[in-house]
Design a protein around this ligand. Structure first.
Ligand code: BES
Ligand code: ZN
Length: 455
């Protein structure tokens, strides 16, 4: 292990310049115009996997973006880990708010800034560079590794689900490892054991059959933007609870033990509100912020549009209005069921003055990993060695939809070992990863592979 750690230290510069190369490929999964870049990124990944000593690197086309697979299976008797990550990234708008160009990795104040630096190229690379350190240095790995990288995580992993069903045998393993979450805070490493699910909806309203002069027609028809606002506003009550009938029916209650554990975490509402620049926090009454973030379902309006939004003033009574609404889900809610409840509710409350249609865009379920599983134990030991500090246990509010399918289809628990930080601007301008966590991650992951072999 000593040599492996020395190798990581000795190769710091190259470990950054290669990540810079990967980041330069704008693999934005939601943009049709980046389809070629997605393909190029998959090819780059596959080549790089081979160059570090992984075997059988292959690109699998899907009906969407390709899946990249590679393995190294020469540790007989040792566990097999399926490492999952994603090479696609979120769009970069609003581009004006980036301090440096999003696809040109730039180091400032001990952080590497770029789209994908934390979510998730940087974290995937933590594994590749740890694997490289073993293979180039000792010619072998302490465990067997299967690497599965997808290009559609940020748009709902639609084609990965059929892929894992079709390739069950190829993906057979003892556990799954994902590095696509955050540490609890700077200097506070953590193992994550829970993710929320998601049901993503779009509501489209149509009023009059064309845009109207708001003077000639205002007062005679229901403005679709007003109707939509009334609908959206009615989806929460005064206690911050979602008003859709049945929404909370399948929500698993927090145990007293877990509530107590959350309360012991080093958290301050005041500090959190200050960091976010809000005067006061908001959420479902009766729960703490961490409970609301990690273990309660929510409903958010992601975007709302219609009518005139240009500079200056234009008097118009628009013909249409739309909103994107997502619901974060917790165990044991079903995404399909919640989406149906949403649609039924919208149909019921829609006024007869406009046409309203709610569509289900995509969804996935929440996931929990037992904290006494061997993988979690190995992760705890590894973080302690990699960061010189005992990690905390935490859940996350974000979603990685395929995690629950790993359990359902492959029967595998997932260890979530994340090296981002909650305030690293994932999905936003100036996304970054702290260099100390990039390298701390590479060291910890090396310890994790070894700890698994020693179990
Ligand atoms: N890396 C995130 C997941 C994440 C976010 C984990 C925040 C922990 C905290 C992932 O890439 C992501 O953003 N997922 C999407 C999934 C969605 C599009 C189905 C998300 O959570 O919005
Ligand atoms: Zn991610």
């Amino acid at each position: 292990m000593k040599n492996v750690l020395q190798y990581i230290e000795a190769n710091r510069d190259r470990y950054l310049s290669e990540l810079t190369e990967l980041i330069a490929i704008p693999s934005i999964s939601t943009n049709p115009e980046n389809k070629k870049d997605i393909q190029r990124c998959a090819e780059w990944m596959s080549k790089h996997l081979t160059s570090i000593g992984m075997e059988h690197a292959e690109i699998f086309p899907t009906a969407g973006h390709p899946v990249v697979y590679a393995d190294w299976l020469h540790a007989p008797g040792a566990p097999t880990v399926l490492i999952y990550g994603h090479y696609d990234v979120q769009p970069v708008d609003p581009i004006d708010l980036w301090t440096s160009p999003p696809f040109k990795a730039t180091i400032r104040n001990g952080n590497l800034y770029a789209r994908g630096s934390a979510d998730d190229k940087g974290q995937v690379f933590i594994h590749l560079k740890s694997i490289e350190a073993f293979l180039k240095n000792t010619g072998k790995l302490p465990i067997n590794i299967k690497m599965l990288l997808e290009g559609e995580e940020e748009i709902g992993s639609e084609h990965l689900d059929p892929f894992i069903r079709e390739h069950k045998k190829r993906l057979k393993a003892d556990l799954v490892m994902v590095s696509d979450t955050s540490m609890f805070a700077r200097g506070v490493p953590s193992v994550c054991y829970g993710l929320r699910g998601l049901a993503y909806m779009q509501i489209d309203l149509i009023g009059p059959n064309k845009d109207l002069h708001s003077g000639s027609y205002g007062g005679s028809v229901h403005n679709p933007i007003q109707a939509l606002s009334e609908i959206v506003a009615s989806l929460h009550d005064k206690n911050g609870r979602v008003t859709i009938p049945g929404f909370y029916d399948d929500v698993r209650s927090l145990t007293k033990k877990e509530r107590d554990a959350f309360k012991k975490l080093p958290w301050s509402d005041k500090k959190y509100a200050k960091e976010l620049g809000v005067k006061a926090l908001y959420g479902e009454r009766g729960f703490t912020t961490l409970e609301r973030l990690w273990a309660r379902p929510t409903l958010e309006c992601n975007g709302i549009w219609g009518g005139f939004t240009g500079e200056g003033a234009k008097t118009v009574l628009p013909s249409a209005a739309s909103a994107k609404i997502s619901m974060r889900l917790v165990p044991d809610q079903s995404a399909d069921k919640v989406a149906k409840l949403f649609q039924k509710h919208i149909d019921r409350i829609a006024p007869n003055t406009v046409q309203v249609k709610a569509r289900y865009l995509h969804g996935g379920e929440a996931a929990l990993t037992p904290i006494d599983s061997p993988g979690v134990k190995a992760a705890v030991a590894a973080l302690e060695k990699g960061f010189g500090k005992k990690p905390l246990y935490q859940r996350e509010g974000g979603s990685i939809p395929i995690v629950v399918q790993f359990k359902r289809v492959l029967g595998l628990d997932t260890v979530l070992l994340g090296f981002g930080l909650p305030d690293e601007n994932a999905h936003a301008p100036d996304e970054h990863i702290a260099l100390e966590n990039y390298f701390g991650g590479i060291r910890s992951v090396a310890h994790f592979y070894q700890a698994l072999a020693d179990l």
